[in-house]
Structure formats: C-alpha cells, structure tokens
Design a protein around this ligand. Sequence first.
Ligand code: NAP
Length: 364
Amino acid sequence: MNPAQNPASRPGGRDEDLATMRRALELAAAVRARTAPNPWVGCVVVGADGRSFEGATQPPGGPHAEAVALAAAGAAARGATLYTTLEPCAHHGRTAPCAQAIADAGVARVVIAIEDPDSHVAGRGAETLRRRGVEVTAGVASEQSAELLAPYLKHRRTGRPWVVLKLAATLDGRIAAPDGSSKWITGEAARADAQHLRAESDAVLVGAGTVRVDDPRLTVRSDPPPEHQPLRVVLGRAPEGAKVLPAVEAEGDLGTLLDELGGKGVLQLLVEGGARVAHQFHAGGLVDRYVLYLAPAFFGGDDALPVFRGPGAAEVEGLWRGRLVSVRRLGDDLRVELAPAAAAGAESEGVVDASSADGEPGGG
Ligand SMILES: NC(=O)c1ccc[n+]([C@@H]2O[C@H](COP(=O)([O-])OP(=O)(O)OC[C@H]3O[C@@H](n4cnc5c(N)ncnc54)[C@H](OP(=O)(O)O)[C@@H]3O)[C@@H](O)[C@H]2O)c1
C-alpha cells in the first residue's frame, strides 16, 4: 500500500506514534541513573507544525519530563501531541501535577506508553486529561516502557526493590579460585559494564565473606563522580576498617531486608555476591535479573568456588530455567542477562550470536 494511503503511517498514525515513543524511551533511558526514587520518564511534544520538543525527568525535586518538554515547546504546545513513557501524574508532590499542566498548555492529544501503578496516580492522570477534553491514546510501546521502568514498577507494586544478581564467572561456572582470589576473571569492558550497573542501582549488597576476602569499596567510579553513591549493604558483619564501611550491616530474613530497602526508596538492589549470598537470593526466588559476565576461561577443576554455594537441584527435572534477555560480547567476555522464566515482561531482546558482537572494541 502507498504509505500515504496507510492510516498507520499518517501523522498521528500508529507508525508515527511508535517512532516518537521510541525517541521518548531513549530520553528516559538517558536519565535512568539520576531520578530515583522517581521514575525515569521521557517526553516528546510534537507541535501542530511538526516541530518537536523533548524532555526527561530531572533529579528529585526538579521538573518531570512532561514539564521540561512543555517548557521547551512554549506556545507550540497548543494543539500539539504529547508522548510520554509513563502516565502523567495527577497529584501534588514536590512538583505540580503534570496532567493539569498538559491540559492547561492546550495539548490536544496525549500518547502514553504505560499506566503508572503508583497509588497516587493509577489511572487518575489519564482520567484528568480525558475530563479536560484531551484525547488519550494508551499502550503505545508499552512492553519496551515496562522493561525500561521495571525496577520502578516492581517497587510501586510490591514495595520491594528490583533485584539484580551480578557475578563474573569462568565458562566452567566458577567465581573464585580455591584460595578465594577472584581479581580479575573478566576484562576491562565487562568491568566497565558492571560499574554502569552499579551506577543505576540505589543499593549494592555483598556478603561478609566477600568483604573479608576482597575488601571492596562498592563505590561508583566515574568521571565526573555520581551525585549520589549507592547505599552499601553487607550481609553479616564487616570487619573493622573494611573499605565498604560505612554500610548497612544486615542479617536474617532477606524478604524483610528487601521490604526495608524498598521503604528507604531503593528501586534497584545490585547483589554482587559471593557464592553463599548468590545462593540465598536465588534459592529464595528473590532475583529479578541475573547478569553473568562469562570469561572464556576454565578453572579446570571442582575445587574453585561455584556461582552458587549451597544445595541445588537434586535431579534434572528440578533444573532452574531462565529466559535469555540478552547476550552481548564485551571485549573478550560475554554478558548474559537472564530473567526467571515465569516472569512477565518484555520478550527477549538483543539476543545475538557472539560473532555479531555489539560490545566495546578490543576491551579487556
Ligand atoms: N567473581 C565474582 O563475581 C565474585 C563476586 C563476589 C565474590 N566473589 C568471591 O566469592 C568469595 C566469597 O563468597 P562466599 O560464598 O565465601 O561468601 P559471601 O557469599 O560473600 O558471604 C557469605 C557470608 O555472609 C554472611 N551472611 C550471608 N547471608 C547472611 C544472612 N542472611 N544473615 C547474616 N549473615 C549472612 C555470613 O557471614 P559470616 O560468615 O560472618 O557469618 C556468610 O558466611 C570470595 O572468594 C570472593 O572473591 C566473587
């Protein structure tokens, strides 16, 4: 069909809605590490004359994405279409309600990727807009938006953080030598990626065993340094003088710990090991994403420390099976991201053959 005759590809049609929402998702992804405990949202305002204006959520206390894009659009917002990756808020928080500001600006149509499950919003943003005569289209690129906002959505639905378990292992599934040494199994590119994971997490956790052997700082090392370092959490006690201190030293039930961290506004918890801690989180069904950096190396025996220390499946029927979310080559290593198979969410994306690597060139 001639694209001009295809209603999906007309201005304001499904194709344009999807393409513009994808741009809004890029804007949201770019502020991923800077907005917690607020959601990272992207917004594009397309004026009646076709010009577009962009915004993304500013750090807490600053304007939301919609307010930034509306300010950029000024008078061009009248009669415009506004695309936002999350339903606009309808309540007075630290900033004025976006739904009201959108209607006040004279926006004709709002395209929303997903509803905001926060109890203050939950449909009320869209309802406010409709009541004010603004046309609302919901559900555009909803899977991609839900994937990008997964930590926020889980936190608002359950009160608990999104848990990412990250480990560096050899291809024979070992994370440390029998003497406890594990620096460095993977190369620079994988370690840089792990730093990125840390930067987008609100809290980072390790076990006391790892503190005793590795004495990690668990800080984000970036240039410029981040505005906030993640909260550091040790399971068990850190020895006096440990570099990780000051840290929250926790013990006991992990579910209670997750509730407490959620209550502190932690949207994403990065669990960095070691093997006993990894086993506890995994066996408890508490992991939302597994990120394994796999080096093309073998310890070559059964005396090195495995990824999980503790009892596992007793028979093959009991195998835990995950869903591959992505596989990427990073320098000489592989980054494999898995989700529990039962988890709802986006389809696998970016699962590539290692030979078509999109990793960083020539890394560690
Ligand atoms: N390759 C990698 O990515 C990677 C990452 C991290 C660590 N590692 C390696 O892993 C090794 C350490 O692993 P690991 O299995 O020996 O130790 P670990 O998992 O780091 O820590 C286990 C210890 O944490 C404390 N703990 C755990 N759960 C607890 C709970 N619910 N309540 C209270 N305390 C709790 C206990 O401390 P107490 O013993 O004091 O009771 C337990 O022995 C090191 O060799 C390190 O280099 C490798």
